[in-house]
Design a protein around this ligand. Structure first.
Ligand SMILES: Cc1cc2nc3c(=O)[nH]c(=O)nc-3n(C[C@H](O)[C@H](O)[C@H](O)COP(=O)(O)O)c2cc1C
Length: 134
């Protein structure tokens, strides 16, 4: 299956709460229907998402997300093939925190840098990316 992890920015003029509520509702239905699982975090205008499932469904959904005007500046941290589904129990687990600071954002970006030289991320490493959002 395909796994993708990316960050993006909330677009101007969109309310955080409404956007998040709507993403949650849509994901609950569509991710179940298309066999997608993963986690999504939001803090300080930045979304961080890990999405996994069949290649075609991940591709279609990620294309929709990229074209979704509520977010922009999407930057992929990594894309990989995996034998194992990391979050079989979550259609899309969601964390919304206020406290993320620049240090954490830098950490995510450093991971992105590292992803360019590393070919596979384990579940524990994905958990590390999200740990500051819990
Ligand atoms: C940051 C972000 C994450 C999203 N994650 C998902 C997702 O996991 N699954 C999903 O179906 N839609 C997700 N969406 C919503 C899609 O971009 C799109 O609006 C939705 O799939 C369209 O549903 P529709 O078929 O009702 O038009 C996300 C949107 C944003 C901005």
């Amino acid at each position: 299956m395909k796994q993708i992890c990316y960050v993006s920015y909330l677009s101007d003029g969109f309310s955080v709460n409404e956007t998040i509520e709507s993403i949650k509702q849509v994901s609950k239905i569509k991710n179940k229907k298309y066999g997608l699982t993963g986690r999504l975090a939001y803090s300080k205008e930045i979304f961080l998402q890990f999405l996994e499932g069949d290649d075609i469904n991940v591709d279609i959904t990620y294309t929709m997300i990229q074209n979704d005007e509520r977010n922009h500046g999407n930057q992929v941290l990594f894309i990989q093939e995996s034998e194992e589904r990391f979050y079989p129990e979550w259609d899309m687990n969601f964390n919304y925190v206020e406290k993320i600071d620049l240090v954490s954002i830098n950490k995510v970006l450093q991971l992105a840098q590292r992803a360019r030289t590393q070919n596979h991320f384990q579940k524990s490493e994905v958990e590390k990316i999200f740990e500051d959002y819990e």
